[in-house]
Design a protein around this ligand. Structure first.
Ligand SMILES: Cc1cc2nc3c(=O)[nH]c(=O)nc-3n(C[C@H](O)[C@H](O)[C@H](O)COP(=O)(O)OP(=O)(O)OC[C@H]3O[C@@H](n4cnc5c(N)ncnc54)[C@H](O)[C@@H]3O)c2cc1C
Length: 379
């Protein structure tokens, strides 16, 4: 029968750890993670930004609903602030003026180019016609967030098993039997699928709904800039239409081509061609010659066919809960999604039908994909 828990959470990224921490309030919970450490895949490879105006309306609502957690997190588990000022700027080059209305509609405000130049001294101001800023955009300390959730989980008696890959499921007297690659079996009344890029694969093993969660690769690199360029004060800057972006990260500058190439789930690496194109765009607006790439990496942003998250009970399998498809917004929406999963697991059917912090739950429910999801939007 294996080791018995109330709930098994599959995936030790931010989604799995946060949901497990919430659920452990009144359940015996265990997280099963294939890798040797938490956050090895998407969670550890993000741009670490909180931008409530970014993404589809469902994610915007979830980010807004998460803000109170980020700013008021329990100091016992989160000993430092989780958010710090950054700002996000949409750069408008000649010919891109049509994007101005898009930025205005998202609540971004016009920023004089002189002012942007003051914050980004290396800016080639004459290459832009306008800039719009979202001052609400902040940096997230992702490692602190993840470690805090793990501490909270363990303080409530929850367990985390690393090097434990889930390879199969069976049902036995109404409970899930979860098989793992190492041979150890686990038993639980409920399974939460927080397997990130592998969420469809895990669902297939459990004979749950065939919802197509598509991983899309995004590449990034770190650049060393001159010490006197006041890097700390730079906002995140992105090309209109999200063609590339850059932001300070740990004393260096992260540059990304904002690529979104559909791939199979895997341990991702950077696309060098895409990075080369990003360097070209970067050098058009920043007076700095990139002579060599520092560290480069790739990460997977995983999307449901309509771009919304998939959170809630499966339609085909009892006691199987989805927490997947967080795309490029999975860190900033995590506190609200984790609490939503807790509410769904603990409450009556009402929570499955209603709204949550202004979000129509039908928009994120697995039930919206009766056939597994057909149409795909570009992300
Ligand atoms: C370049 C980049 C920039 C980003 N920037 C931002 C940003 O600024 N802000 C933001 O909010 N989001 C951002 N994101 C998105 C964010 O990183 C993701 O949405 C989030 O990390 C998803 O978390 P997760 O826990 O679902 O996935 P993951 O962190 O990938 O965790 C899933 C885990 O499941 C495990 N797993 C899979 N299958 C099994 C199995 N069979 N058995 C056991 N374990 C299994 C995997 O090993 C993995 O550790 C970015 C992503 C990328 C790639």
């Amino acid at each position: 029968m294996g080791t018995v828990f109330d709930i098994i959470v599959i995936g030790g990224g931010i989604a799995g750890m946060s949901a497990a921490a919430e659920l452990s309030r009144d359940h015996k919970v265990c997280v099963l993670e294939r890798e040797t450490a938490a956050g090895y895949h998407s969670t550890g490879r993000s741009a670490a930004t909180f931008v409530p105006s970014y993404g589809p309306p469902a994610f915007q609502a979830l980010a807004r609903a998460s803000e109170g957690f980020f700013t008021g997190a329990d100091p016992q588990f989160w000993t430092e602030p989780l958010l710090s000022p950054r700002g996000e700027v949409m750069m408008i080059a000649p010919g891109e003026e049509a994007h101005i209305a898009e930025g205005e509609a998202l609540g971004l405000t016009h920023m004089p180019l002189d002012e942007l130049k003051r914050r980004v001294p290396l800016l080639k101001q004459d290459q832009l016609v306008a800039a719009l800023i979202d001052e609400a955009a902040r940096d997230i300390d992702v490692d602190l967030l993840l470690q805090g959730y793990m501490k909270l989980l363990r303080s409530r008696g929850g367990e985390i098993r690393f090097k434990t890959e889930v390879t199969g499921f069976t049902r036995h007297y109404g409970a899930w039997q979860v098989q793992t690659a190492g041979g150890e079996n686990f038993s639980a009344g409920l399974v939460v699928n927080a397997a990130g890029a592998w969420a469809s694969e895990v669902a297939r093993l459990a004979k749950a709904q065939p919802i197509a969660i598509t991983p899309k690769r995004r590449s990034a690199m770190l650049l060393d800039l001159p010490e006197d360029c006041a890097l700390d004060g730079w906002p995140l800057c992105f090309g209109a239409g999200e063609t590339f972006y850059f932001k300070p990260m740990g004393g260096r500058l992260m540059l990304s081509p904002a690529d979104a190439t559909p791939v199979d789930p895997h341990d991702a690496w950077a696309d060098d061609m895409a990075l080369a194109e990003a360097v070209e765009k970067f050098q058009q607006v920043i007076d700095f010659e990139v002579t060599h790439a520092g560290q480069t990496w790739g990460g997977l942003r995983s999307f449901a066919p309509d771009g919304n998250p998939v959170a809630g009970f499966d339609e085909a399998q009892d006691h199987f809960v989805w927490l997947a498809g967080q795309g490029g917004y999975g860190i900033q929406s995590t506190p609200a999604l984790a609490r939503l999963i807790y509410a769904m697991v603990n409450s009556s059917d009402a929570i499955r039908q209603s709204t949550y912090n202004g979000l129509e739950l039908a928009a994120i429910s697995p039930a919206r994909f009766p056939g597994g999801g057909e149409t795909e939007v570009n992300q």
